[in-house]
Design a protein around this ligand. Structure first.
Ligand SMILES: Cc1cc2nc3c(=O)[nH]c(=O)nc-3n(C[C@H](O)[C@H](O)[C@H](O)COP(=O)(O)O)c2cc1C
Length: 139
């Protein structure tokens, strides 16, 4: 059985809702799933997981949240090895540039990004189905 971590930061709950749906998608395919706040995750917890979904909304100016999420991600990214990784998050007023930058960064670091997804504000039905789909990729 695949052991999946869904690690997220969310200020107003939109990315948290996505995290729950990604977790449901992985669980439905038989994975054991843990949903973990970014502030509770780090290099010391990575060993227990075969695959990781990282969720963070667009913050700053098309940036990752830099108090809790980014320090955690900076620490964990070089250690991901060949684990399957999904990147996801919510945005509002722009067009998802933060996710393009995040994917570029991860791919440059050799991360095995199997998919990514973005949702404008709270995930609607279409985005919710996408969350479930990408969660299933990690199982
Ligand atoms: C401080 C701050 C910075 C933000 N920066 C961006 C941004 O650069 N681009 C964008 O599209 N949305 C931006 N947003 C909007 C959030 O990404 C959006 O509200 C998102 O749904 C929040 O997700 P959450 O509920 O998981 O915190 C920003 C919001 C805040 C509060």
């Amino acid at each position: 059985m695949s052991n999946v971590a869904v690690v997220f930061w969310s200020g107003t709950g939109n990315t948290e809702a996505m995290a729950d749906l990604v977790a449901q998608g992985a669980s439905a395919k038989g994975a054991k799933v843990s949903i973990i706040q970014a502030s509770d995750f780090g290099a010391d917890r990575l060993d227990g997981y075969d695959a990781v979904a990282f969720g963070c909304p667009a913050m700053g100016d098309e940036e990752l949240e830099d108090t809790e999420f980014l320090p955690m991600y900076d620490e964990v990214e070089p250690l991901l090895g060949d684990r399957k990784v999904v990147l996801f998050g919510s945005y509002d007023w722009n067009d998802g540039e933060w996710m393009e930058l995040w994917e570029q960064r991860a791919e440059a670091a050799g991360v095995n990004v199997v998919d990514s997804l973005i949702a404008k504000d709270y995930p609607d039905d279409e985005a919710s189905a996408e969350c479930m789909r990408v969660g299933a990729l990690l199982a």
